[in-house]
Design a protein around this ligand. Sequence first.
Ligand SMILES: [Zn+2]
Ligand SMILES: [Zn+2]
Length: 183
Amino acid sequence: MNSPQRSLDARSPLVLEVHELGRRAGTMRQVDRTVPAPEGIGIEMVRVPQGSPIGLDLKLESVVEGVYVSGTAEVELEGECARCLVGIEDEMSLDLQELYFYSDKDAEEDAYFVVDERIDLEPVIRDAVVLDLPFTPLCREDCAGLCPTCGTNLNDDPEHDHGDRVDPRWGKLMDLVGETDEN
Ligand SMILES: [Zn+2]
Ligand SMILES: [Zn+2]
């Protein structure tokens, strides 16, 4: 038996009706539409802004086990550079390929299911975004980051330099180290 399924929120723009596929293997339907992003997709450093457009270009295919979804979802991203903390805006195209099983078919517990003749794209898009996101988002490959001493953005000020001035506290410590070496 499959685990109990929560019913899907039919009002969610990422929940699609599939009843017209009629469980006839080989039937196909194209979905080409733009829907607003739900909240909370992404990771701490990079997110899909809530309400931003998600461009769906999908093929829904009736197969023996369920409904096979394939195609792309274009999402917008916003976040912060992991090195210099400047705001980043980007776009990402997600390749989706997912089989939603009919509830009377045998499937892994973490499989997706057709529920009340609907499928929910949200968890699939959520997983695809997290998988595709860079572990450390950068504003550019060679981002120079922030000056560790004063926090200046080194991308804006490549010549930035504090000279050889040593913090007075470090100076004292170096004197001590020097003395021990001599003994
Ligand atoms: Zn940066
Ligand atoms: Zn500095």
